[in-house]
Design a protein around this ligand. Structure first.
Ligand SMILES: Nc1ncnc2c1ncn2[C@@H]1O[C@H](COP(=O)(O)OP(=O)(O)OP(=O)(O)O)[C@@H](O)[C@H]1O
Length: 284
């Protein structure tokens, strides 16, 4: 499969040369995960190697149960590798000083707090912001929230409560919360999966704007191949369980990408290639 044919190098890749930064943003070095032991042992992830440079937007796709969420759990230190290493910015994933941002399918906002207060939450609990949060008399943190809300089209909703917002608006707020503390790594697990197609495409465009503006390093898990192709500058395909990465290809389409691009013959050919690869590994 060639996802790069006839498509110029991506603007995101050009803007973030790997050589500028000493350590990869993320490194899985022969990391594997086995749940349980003895007869009940389940190998969720075969020994896996993966490197992401700062500013990469990598989409991880593959059949259900292949270990995509297991990789996110490893990176966010919810579980430890059974063997191998997981390094974020050269440090072990359990290092306290790491800043990880997350957005999942369910935005899980705290219902008794306003949208502004919900988005501020990581600043309250994550260093170095935590130290200055209570002393911030200038409103710099609030300005930071309002900037983000403006970027996602919610500037008039800072004082609303989560139950006053639609699903798409909540997910936009969720993206703001995941980015407010300038994470070393942003983990996205099917964040747009519960939205209707139009809202989803709207959110893809918002996500792209946030990415181009802030250049976080993003690891996206998705079942939606168009989402992967539209947003990512690299797509990794995993085999069926026990998962391992069987394909790792750049998406060399310049950014910003127009949403209409997802209906172009080149794009459809690319997603069709991914689909066929996943169908093959599902049936082996
Ligand atoms: N705590 C656990 N104990 C035992 N097996 C587990 C545990 N967590 C995950 N697994 C198994 O590990 C495999 C990988 O799970 P994981 O959730 O990472 O897959 P996934 O690719 O994210 O799936 P999906 O796309 O359906 O969300 C699955 O077969 C799952 O049943």
């Amino acid at each position: 499969m060639n996802m790069t044919a006839n498509i110029p190098a991506s603007a995101a890749q050009q803007a973030t040369p790997a050589s500028v930064h000493a350590r990869p943003a993320l490194e899985l070095d022969n990391a594997s995960v086995v749940f349980g032991s003895g007869d009940k042992a389940v190998t969720a992830l075969s020994p896996t190697n993966l490197k992401m440079e700062r500013g990469d937007f990598l989409a991880l796709v593959g059949p259900s149960g292949c270990g995509k969420s297991t990789i996110l759990k490893l990176v966010s230190n919810l579980i430890q590798p059974s063997a191998g290493l997981v390094l974020v910015g050269g440090k072990e994933a359990k290092a306290k000083e790491l800043r990880i941002g997350m957005a999942f399918q369910n935005p899980t906002m705290l219902p008794w707090l306003t949208i502004e207060q919900n988005i501020m939450m990581p600043l309250k609990i994550v260093e170095p912001f935590k130290q200055t949060y209570r002393k911030d008399k200038t409103g710099a943190f609030r300005d930071r929230v309002h900037d983000l809300l403006g970027q996602v089209g919610l500037k008039d909703f800072a004082n609303h409560y989560p139950w006053q917002l639609s699903g798409g608006m909540l997910q936009r707020s969720n993206l703001c919360r995941s980015l407010i503390h300038e994470p070393d790594l942003l983990l996205l697990d099917e964040p747009f999966g519960a939205l209707d197609q139009f809202t989803r495409e709207e959110l893809w465009q918002i996500m792209q704007t946030l990415y181009l503006d802030r250049k976080p390093t993003v690891l996206l898990v998705t079942h939606d191949l168009r989402e992967a192709g539209y947003l990512a500058n690299r797509i990794c395909v995993m085999s069926a369980r026990p998962g391992r990465i069987i394909s790792d290809e750049p998406v060399n389409i310049p950014m910003p990408r127009d949403i209409g691009m997802i209906y172009s013959p080149e794009f459809v050919e690319m997603t069709q290639g991914l689909r066929e690869l996943i169908a093959q590994v599902r049936s082996t």
